[in-house]
Every structure is written in C-alpha cells, then in structure tokens.
Write a protein that binds this ligand. Structure first.
Ligand SMILES: [Zn+2]
Ligand SMILES: [Zn+2]
Length: 99
C-alpha cells in the first residue's frame, strides 16, 4: 500500500475524530474528512438540522424514506416509534443475556 497516512491513525480534519470507515476514500475524495463532515462543510446549506438540496443529504434521504412509507400507506412517525421500541427491547434483552 502506498497510502500517504496510516489509515489506522487517520483523523478527520473537521471533527478530529478517527476515521474508521473507508479511510482511503476519506483521503482521496473527502479531503481527509468523514463523508458527513465533508458534506456539512462543503455541500450542505446553512442549517445542519434541515435537509439541503443534495439528494445524498442524510436529512433528504430520511424524507425520501418517509414519503415512500406514506406511499405504502404507513405513518412514518408510527414506524419510527416501533423501530425505536424494538431497538431498545433488543438492547435490554442483550444486556440481560450478557455479551
Ligand atoms: Zn469528521
Ligand atoms: Zn445536506
């Protein structure tokens, strides 16, 4: 490998946290940042809590999924509440049963 930086030591230029997911891509394409940090720094609009016009924006993708659920006759809020409840039930049962 001819990586300019050890992937294991790569830290994001924006948030300074380690980059463990695709460090080579982070270096080559995202200027040494997490993809999300790159998006927020260069592509996203002013308010990070709102969707921007980029179709890959995480907020926009949530909106796409919510619209798809509505198209299937499901209420996105109810689906999310069920998913969160299932997630916590799973955590509790894993903690009860040990690692
Ligand atoms: Zn980052
Ligand atoms: Zn965005």
């Amino acid at each position: 490998m001819n990586s300019p930086t050890s992937a294991a030591e790569l830290r994001c230029r924006r948030c300074r946290r380690p980059i463990s997911s695709d460090p080579e891509i982070a270096l080559d394409i995202f200027e040494g940042m997490h993809w999300l940090c790159f998006h927020l720094e260069f592509e996203h609009g002013d308010d990070p809590d709102r969707a921007c016009s980029d179709a890959t924006c995480p907020w926009r993708r949530i909106e796409f999924l919510e619209n798809a659920l509505r198209g299937l006759g499901k209420d996105p809020k109810t689906v999310m509440e069920q998913a969160v409840a299932n997630y916590y039930r799973g955590l509790v049962s894993r903690n009860r049963n040990g690692p």
